[in-house]
Write a new protein. Structure first.
Length: 348
């Protein structure tokens, strides 16, 4: 709620600047920032090498699912763009949900998680999927903890990461470890970052023009800050009705933040998603209904700004968005602790 107020104040401030300024000042008004090379961690879960190691193993372990087939990485592939390039993700028994998986890359730079922002932190988010019946399908976390305790190697990994705890294998510690790992999933040093850090040759002419257009037409009013996500502020979507796009992409079926709060004022509000690595994460929008980047740029202009962009503007913005693809820290598939000579009675 607070963040919504902040952003509308911010939009007013930016509009005031726009009224008075020339094109070059638009770029200043957009407040271009490079992505930090470290993600902030909360005071009660400082990032340590032991937690990151455990968190990565948990992230890749399909035994956290009822069927033994689905891991976090199944829907958030960190060997690629951090999601699954599908409109709806497939969980246990091939069940498909109604929302598209957002990328986990740079999710550390959002104040809220999920399209409707129902999780206030990565720690809270990480507790959800394991017992979600259409994602990983476990009945409850007690069963998950029992399973983890029965896998030789896990208790030791938890003890190393949470040495002060008497009972280190727990839901909360699993979530903390996963969140610590996710805070390492950041992609600084994109061409855009190099440009705003002073290397004026890092972007092409077209990308620079796209960057200006992105600010001039109003995209940067919402997609602001280093992750282009207004730090996870909520905005109405769609802002402007358009019956053709509506019929085609069915963007008003999901009530967004209202689903989480049941407050009428939250109907059709969604978290502003990051545009970092956006070229890698099609299909787009909460329901994955738009399959290409140029198309989603047109849809955004129509639905969020009530304007139509010229072909050239779309192309320029697309080129600019491509410059937001960053440097991906190398991921090595972890060895998972084994259960020599045994297995679990996985659900068929
Ligand atoms: C079956 C596919 C699936 C699995 C498995 C899965 N997720 Fe997700 N994840 C999704 C979908 C879909 C969403 C968006 C749901 C929504 O917004 O309501 C999501 C949202 C998220 C988000 C929020 C990102 C953002 O920008 O809002 C994070 C972080 C995340 N998942 C991490 C995880 C972790 C950690 C695990 C394993 C414990 C996991 N996911 C397992 C599909 C999956
Ligand atoms: C009024 C705020 C606002 C404005 C202005 C705005 N956006 Fe968005 N943008 C959003 C929200 C909210 C979403 C999430 C929509 C949803 O629920 O699917 C979004 C989604 C997107 C996505 C899809 C992200 C994903 O992961 O699927 C792209 C790409 C995008 N916007 C680009 C742009 C561009 C380019 C412009 C300017 C032409 C723009 N936006 C203007 C708020 C805005």
């Amino acid at each position: 709620m607070k963040s919504r107020k902040n952003i509308s104040t911010r939009i007013k401030a930016i509009s005031a600047v726009l009224l008075m300024s020339s094109v070059t000042q638009y770029v200043i008004a957009a407040d271009w920032q490079a992505l930090p090379t470290k993600a902030p961690a909360p005071a009660d879960n400082p990032t340590t090498a032991e937690k990151v190691k455990l968190g990565q193993i948990l992230f890749f372990d399909p035994r956290l699912s009822s069927t033994g087939t689905v891991s976090c990485n199944s829907c958030h592939n960190v060997m690629a763009g951090g999601e699954d390039n599908r409109a709806g993700s497939a969980g246990v028994h091939g069940q498909v949900g109604g929302r598209s998986a957002p990328t986990v890359w740079n999710s550390a730079f959002s104040a809220v998680q999920f399209w409707d922002g129902r999780a206030p932190s990565l720690e809270e988010q990480a507790k959800g999927p394991v017992t979600n019946p259409i994602e990983m399908g476990m009945e409850n976390w007690d069963d998950v903890v029992k399973r983890l305790k029965a896998i030789p190697g896990y208790p030791e990994l938890f003890s190393a990461a949470f040495s002060a705890d008497n009972s280190p294998v727990s839901r909360d510690n699993a979530a903390k470890a996963i969140a610590a790992y996710e805070r390492t999933l950041i992609t600084p040093n994109s061409a855009y970052d190099q440009y705003v850090s002073g290397d004026k040759s890092a972007l092409t002419e077209q990308q620079i023009s796209g960057m200006k257009t992105f600010a001039e037409v109003g995209c940067a009013n919402c997609h602001s800050g280093p992750a282009f996500n207004a730090n996870g502020a909520f905005m109405k979507f769609p802002m402007h009705g358009n019956s053709m796009f509506e019929a085609k992409y069915k963007m008003s079926q999901d009530e967004g933040r209202f689903e989480a709060t049941k407050l009428d004022a939250d109907k059709h509000f969604f978290k502003v998603p990051t545009l970092r690595n956006i070229a890698l994460t099609a299909p787009y929008l909460h329901n994955g209904s738009v399959t290409s980047l140029p198309r989603v740029i047109q849809v955004m202009a129509k639905m969020q700004l009530g304007s139509s962009l010229k072909q050239q503007q779309v192309k320029d913005i697309e080129a600019f968005l491509e410059s937001l693809t960053g440097e991906f820290p190398k991921q090595t598939m972890p060895r998972l602790p084994a259960t020599p000579g045994k297995t679990f009675p996985f659900v068929k």
